[in-house]
Every structure is written in C-alpha cells, then in structure tokens.
Write a protein that binds this ligand. Structure first.
Ligand code: FAD
Length: 287
C-alpha cells in the first residue's frame, strides 16, 4: 500500500480547506469499511485521507417535521432508534441486516451512499422515501434528489471536494407502510438482490407505490413500470402475481460471481411480492 498523509479536522470548514489544499489523490474517509479494504487490495491508491470522524455537525439523527441523518450517522445509531423503526421501517430493516454489529459500529450511512455500490443496502429504502442529499463544498451547499445522485457503479454526482453533510427524508403520511428485503448468498454478505417497498393506502386502494431494487442494474433502480401497475388498485393476490412478473421484466441485472442475471430477475419478482405484503402490515404505524 502506498504511504499517505492522514488529516483529522474537527470542523467541516477545516475539512473542506484541507481537501482544497491537496495536490495529489485525496479522499474523505468515514468509517473506512469500504475505503480501507480497497486501499489494502490495491484497487486504489491515495496520497492523503481526510477523516470526517471528528466533525460533530456531521453526526446524529434529527426529526423536525422531516428526518435528517448526518452524513456521518453510524448504522448503530439508526438501529438503536425506536422512532426510526416505527416511522421508517424500510430503512430500519436495511440497517438491521447490514453486515454485522462490529461493522455497524463504525460504518456510516453517508459512506454507504458515496461508495455507490449497486448493491448498497441503504439506497433502495432512501429511494422509496424520496430522500434528498445535502452536499457541501468550497463553492457552497447544494441538494440533489437521491435518484440523481447515483451515476454508475462506484460513481455519483458528488464532486471529489464535496462532503455529503446529510440526508433529508420526508416524514411518511399516516397511511403509509414500508419494508426492506434482501437476499444474499450467506448472512452478512452483500445483496444478490435487495428491495424496498413503500405503499400509501386510502380506503383499501394503493394511492402511491414506490419500489426500488439494488444489485439489478448499474445503479439502485426505481421500478416505475411495476409501481404504475399497483397504483390506484387494491393489492390482492392477482395483483401481487402481476407485479412480481412485471418487476422480473423491469430489472436489468448482470450475471456475476454472486448470481446469474436470470436468478436475479426471479428473485426481484419474489421480493416485490413479499415486500408489498410486509409493507401493508406496517401501514398506520408511523408517527
Ligand atoms: C465485511 C463487510 C461487510 C459489508 N456488508 C455490507 C452489506 O451487507 N451491505 C452494504 O450495503 N454494504 C456492506 N459493506 C460495505 C460498507 O460497509 C458500507 O458501504 C458502509 O456503509 C461504508 O461506510 P463507511 O463509513 O465505512 O465509508 P468509507 O469506507 O469511509 O467511505 C466510502 C466512500 O465514501 C466516501 N465518503 C464517505 N463518507 C463521505 C461523506 N460524508 N462525504 C463525502 N464522501 C464520503 C469515501 O471517500 C469513500 O470513497 C460491507 C463491508 C465489509 C468490509
């Protein structure tokens, strides 16, 4: 591994300044659970790392009409929040099955999104929840919809000098339910397919449906065609079957070491069906 400088600023301002001064290859580091693995594997090399761990304003979870997760919010904080469990079940469930407790003690929600793996477990729940990403750089602050954040495998619209400072999530309405499901080869593995589902119900009819899947395309994917099939209808066994078939058609997976494309299509259909059933069970539980 190439030798590199390690900076530990205690404010966002200092972090941005240090990053601006770098002349070689420099990266921000959060929990390091993706970055350090890549450095050790020689998949990348840096001249400097700028740690975000000592910056208090990037941490924590706040609820003030809507939710705000700091870019450096640890998975551990999320899985310990009974309010998140009640209000945002899809996100809570995604975090609960992510890796293992040791990793969740150091890894962050911002790192999961900035790493931009197509299988990132936090991406589908945040997609169905219409999350918005706050980015801050020397030029100022901007906000992007999570759907516009991912560009390709490992690629986002974030500029290298920008810090993801937070993630804004609207509080779902009263008759909303959501769920997250994941199939991996073994427990603690990254997803073969993951799926988040959100339904907003009115008089037994699904008024709004959001479906998002991971590891089935170059970026985490909204399943808009399948959503359209569900919206405006009662979710009965026939509709569940039709939605599963549509989802299996709509995803665009590749075959790799974890699974074949064909298997991923089948699994995506099954997860839509199960996810809808599970999301319906949580309708009305949020506050
Ligand atoms: C054993 C193991 C199991 C894993 N299991 C899973 C799993 O089940 N599901 C899953 O989704 N992932 C899994 N991962 C991947 C990883 O743990 C997560 O993606 C984690 O959320 C990364 O967060 P981090 O804080 O460690 O990021 P880091 O590794 O520190 O950073 C990742 C990238 O994001 C950038 N970055 C981080 N934070 C910011 C910020 N605030 N602003 C700007 N740039 C930033 C860094 O520069 C770097 O490029 C696993 C990893 C390991 C090693």
């Amino acid at each position: 591994m190439r030798r590199f400088d390690y900076h530990q600023p205690h404010s966002l301002r200092d972090a941005l300044k240090i990053m601006e001064e770098q002349t070689g290859e420099a990266r921000y580091i959060a929990g390091g659970t993706d970055l350090i693995v890549r450095l050790k594997q020689g998949a990348m090399a840096v001249d400097a790392l700028v740690s975000l761990r000592g910056i208090p304003e990037l941490r924590g979870i706040a609820k003030n009409g809507e939710w705000r997760f700091g870019g450096m919010c640890l998975f551990r904080e999320i899985e310990r929040s009974a309010s998140v469990e009640r209000a945002l079940p899809a996100l809570f469930q995604a975090v609960k099955v992510l890796a293992n407790p040791q990793l969740r003690n150091v890894a962050t929600i911002g790192g999961n999104l900035c790493n931009a793996a197509p299988s990132a477990d936090c991406a589908p729940p945040l997609l169905v929840l219409d999350a918005r990403i706050a980015l801050e750089g020397p030029g100022g602050v901007r906000e992007v919809a999570i759907e516009d954040f991912f560009i390709g495998p490992g690629q986002t619209c974030k500029r290298p000098e920008e810090v993801m400072t937070g993630i804004r999530v609207p509080q779902p309405g009263g008759q909303t339910g959501s769920a997250f499901l994941k199939i991996g080869r073994v427990s603690q593995d990254i997803a073969v397919v993951n799926m988040a589902v959100l339904v907003e119900m009115e008089g037994g009819v699904c008024r709004r449906c959001r479906l998002a899947a991971g590891a089935v395309a170059p970026v985490p994917l909204r399943l808009r065609r399948t959503e359209k099939r569900i919206e405006g209808r009662r979710i009965d066994p026939d509709l569940l079957e039709a939605a599963a078939a549509e989802a299996a058609e709509e995803v665009r997976p590749i075959s790799d070491v974890r699974a074949t494309a064909e298997y991923r299509c089948t699994v995506a259909g099954v997860l839509v069906k199960r996810g809808l059933q599970q999301a319906l069970e949580t309708v009305g539980r949020s506050d």
